[in-house]
Design a protein around this ligand. Structure first.
Ligand code: DAH
Length: 358
């Protein structure tokens, strides 16, 4: 009996030590300590022995069981560590390898232009403000001095949501101007912000998409006048189109939220089928602007006798088309990888005024 146990222990020890992986080790464990395992069978045999036999065999078999269990646990730890090492080696990634060209993403021209515009205005001390895409009538129209039932509201081709129980309807903001209202309601002057974002109108052709992008500008301080507006916008045009001199002109216009209101054009050259900004005999409409209407200031809790300000708004997609020669606006949002390969920008280069915008 004792020799049997000793032989079995030698065999089992060898089997445990040569088990090549965790699965092989588990097979050895089951064959020895499982329900019908060799050691379990020996333990079952104890019941049929005489007390004298049992006194000898009992501790021997139990000792074997304990030693074997410990041995298996130790071997298991070694094998688990080896398996992990092998996996780590196999899954190793060399982070110093250059990116594979096909995996490289690129920055959409609209996002590039947002970054460029923000870099220019940040340099002039403008913070960035944001507002929700889903707006209410108050922020999108009423506080901006659009009269109730005025046709100007329809001119915006607004996407409305279904009526709520109180009869009001939420809408997709038709311009970024509601962010002016939100900013004036939540901050005290002096205010100097731009508000970039998505805007929506029910309109679609070569130069209109139902979703498009605008950037709004707002400055509220004491003593602000149109000279400041003009200076800021001229500086912006010069920096954005990366030309030393840009001639601009302001045409009288109407917006409910500004008084006086103007549209700003830049001088350009349209000869040769291309638009070149800066010089030439043509004009190109770029943006709407004006002095913030006293009614808007009042609606936002600002005293127009103390604080004045200017505002402007422009289409980012149009700026991108102009600057980067993109012919059709709809292609911008068609998500065609060939288009983005052609017009996209390197993601690792952040536009800034020090090293150049684009
Ligand atoms: N919100 C106007 C639009 O979408 C653009 C605009 C014009 C914004 C004049 C302004 C502004 O802030 O002063 O057509």
């Amino acid at each position: 009996m004792t020799t049997n146990i000793a032989t079995l222990e030698t065999e089992l020890t060898a089997a445990v030590e040569t088990a090549a992986d965790e699965a092989a080790l588990e097979a050895v464990r089951v064959a020895a300590l499982g329900k019908k395992g060799s050691v379990s069978e020996l333990l079952k045999g104890l019941g049929g022995m005489s007390p004298e036999e049992r006194q000898l065999a009992g501790p021997a078999i139990n000792g074997l069981k304990v030693r074997l269990t410990d041995l298996i646990a130790a071997r298991k730890a070694v094998l688990a560590e080896a398996a992990l090492d092998a996996r780590l080696m196999a899954e190793r990634v060399d982070v110093t390898l250059p990116a594979r060209p096909r995996l490289k993403g690129s920055v959409h021209p609209v996002m590039q232009v947002f970054e460029e515009v923000q870099a220019i205005f940040a340099d002039m001390g403008f913070a960035v403000a944001e507002g929700p895409d889903i707006e209410d009538d108050f922020h999108n129209f009423t506080a901006l001095n659009f009269p109730e039932k005025h046709p100007a509201r329809d001119m915006h081709d607004t996407f409305f949501f279904n009526e709520k129980e109180d009869g009001s309807r939420m809408l997709l903001r038709t311009h970024t101007s509601p962010v002016q209202v939100r900013t004036m309601l939540s901050q005290k002057p002096p205010i100097r912000i731009t508000a970039p974002g998505r805007t929506f109108r029910c309109d679609s052709d070569q130069t209109h998409t139902p979703m498009f992008h605008q950037i709004e500008g707002l400055v509220i301080e004491e003593g602000i006048h149109m000279g400041h507006l003009k200076g800021v916008l001229m500086e912006f045009m010069r920096a954005f189109f990366e030309v030393d001199d840009v001639e601009v002109r302001f045409r009288p216009h109407h917006f409910p939220f500004t008084e006086p209101s103007a549209e700003m054009d830049v001088r350009c050259d349209r000869s040769g089928g291309q638009i070149r900004i800066g010089t030439g005999s043509s004009w190109l409409e770029i943006l709407g602007c004006g002095m913030v209407h006293p009614n808007v200031l009042r609606a936002c809790g600002i005293d127009p006798d103390v604080h004045q300000g200017f505002a402007f708004g422009m289409g980012i997609d149009r700026l991108a088309m102009l600057k980067y020669g993109i012919p059709d606006l709809r292609d911008m949002f068609a998500a065609d990888v060939r288009w983005i390969d052609h017009y996209g920008f390197t993601p690792t280069v952040q536009p800034n005024l020090a090293t150049g915008l684009s």
